[in-house]
Write a protein that binds this ligand. Structure first.
Ligand code: 9WN
Length: 426
């Protein structure tokens, strides 16, 4: 894409969203991910909001078609059949009207809704109030689910019960906890991903055995949140998830000024306070980062990953924290062509091409830059954004990038990379 003009690249990004459209929702990329994914769609909606607010609403509305009666928004909605992905709906065995997976993903939804609403109002889109109001209620129900199902002990931190929920599937952050999960499965594993993408860029077979062991375990619980909580052999109070939920709650609080009742406004600010307090307790000054909590061992998750900086999207750091975090992020950048890596190169777990163990993801950088800006680190935020945009311009709209070479990896013509490009290059 190096020889393209800015206008051409913008057109190319829009063309990817058009190509991945399956009727009001966008697949992450053809074949490798042939369904609607939760946080991908939220990022894509923010991209659409730049030029087509109606389509941005549709993306969120179609995702909400998969929302469960208890409020959970699943991580995959299987709107139409496809045999190019494993595990499909028959493995999940959930009983929703439209087939869905049984776990969730980071709730970027509330963040997206605020941006879509603001774009729709600016564009004078008819029905914007009604559409936002309906989606606001869906988001509120999902936030209530998060607190009820995933923070039953009121730690102010929400837990993931499966690495796929984090969106950072094979992150070194899960290595210790995942090693306790058996590799036995009742489901036969038929991986499709390694038929689309080089196996060296994907999770290992052993990771998949554990991922599917967890799916088998929760399916055996009838996808009941309380039974799953009791049976879970993997349970991590995740700072990345909590930070995104806290930030999305702040965005819902903003929308609640127009769309919420007095009780809902109070409820949202109580949730917000609880999450901010929980996050603040996860700061480790000796590491210059935040750490997740393994709820089974009771130990800190001290592996350095991008998640450790995600609280910036929700928290206002004090001066000492801000200096420490920015210095640490600068250190992670050193010697790399593209920052911010999902695992720093000084970590023994660093693998520059293997999925969430090193590669750069545009949407991660988008969130981190946003958090840095909120915390007054404008210059570093800008450099991360420009580095991401530069990587996309050199390598294309790839799923992720090798931070040491800038090479584009994984799937291509990727929806959230196209959305990130449009948002970050402004
Ligand atoms: C499992 C779609 C999704 C992203 C995740 C990413 C990857 C799926 C997979 O693809 O996960 O959910 O099969 O590898 O890790 O963040 O939402 O792009």
């Amino acid at each position: 894409m190096n020889d393209m003009t800015r206008f051409d690249r913008d057109e190319a990004a829009r063309a990817i969203l058009a190509r991945n459209d399956r009727g009001g929702y966008t697949v992450p990329t053809d074949r490798l991910y042939p369904f609607q994914w939760n946080w991908d769609s939220a990022f894509v909606a923010i991209g659409f909001a730049l030029f087509d607010a109606d389509r941005a609403y549709r993306e969120l509305e179609r995702l909400v078609e998969g929302q469960w009666d208890d409020g959970m928004i699943p991580h995959i909605v299987f709107h139409a059949p496809s045999d190019t992905y494993f595990p499909g709906p028959e493995v999940w065995g959930t009983r929703h009207r439209i087939p869905t997976s049984g776990i969730t993903q980071p709730p970027v939804f509330g963040m997206a809704l605020r941006q879509v609403h603001e774009a729709a109002v600016k564009a004078g889109l008819p029905q914007a109030q009604e559409r936002t109001s309906a989606l606001f209620q869906a988001a509120l129900r999902s936030h209530r689910w998060w607190l009820r199902a995933r923070d039953p002990d009121s730690l102010g931190l929400v837990a993931i019960l499966h690495p796929w929920e984090s969106g950072s599937d094979n992150s070194p952050a899960w290595d210790v906890a995942l090693a306790r999960v058996p590799t036995t499965t009742t489901t036969t594993i038929r991986r499709k991903d390694t038929g689309h993408v080089d196996a060296a860029m994907r999770p290992r077979d052993e990771d998949y055995q554990r991922f599917i062991h967890l799916v088998d375990t929760y399916r055996d619980c009838g996808w009941d949140p309380q039974r799953q909580w009791a049976a879970a052999p993997f349970k991590i109070a995740d700072v990345q998830m909590t930070a995104i939920l806290a930030r999305a709650t702040a965005d819902l609080m903003h929308l609640a000024e127009t769309f919420g009742s007095a009780e809902e406004r109070t409820e949202l600010s109580d949730i917000h306070r609880r999450l901010l307090d929980g996050l603040a307790r996860r700061w480790r000054p000796e590491l210059s980062r935040f750490v997740s909590l393994d709820l089974i061992s009771g130990e800190d998750v001290d592996a350095p990953t991008q998640a450790c900086f995600m609280p910036l999207v929700a928290l206002r750091l004090d001066d000492v924290q801000r200096k420490a975090v920015t210095a640490e992020i600068e250190r992670w950048h050193q010697g790399l062509i593209v920052g911010l890596p999902t695992t720093p190169s000084f970590s023994p777990a660093f693998e520059p091409k293997r999925y969430w163990r090193g590669p750069v993801w545009a949407v991660v950088n988008w969130l981190i830059a946003d958090g840095l800006r909120l915390n007054g680190a404008e210059d570093l935020a800008r450099r991360i954004e420009q580095g991401t945009v530069g990587a996309i311009e050199r390598a294309g709209f790839c799923e992720y990038f090798d931070p040491t070479t800038g090479e584009g990896l994984g799937g291509d013509a990727f929806s959230w990379t196209a959305a990130a490009y449009m948002v970050l290059r402004r």
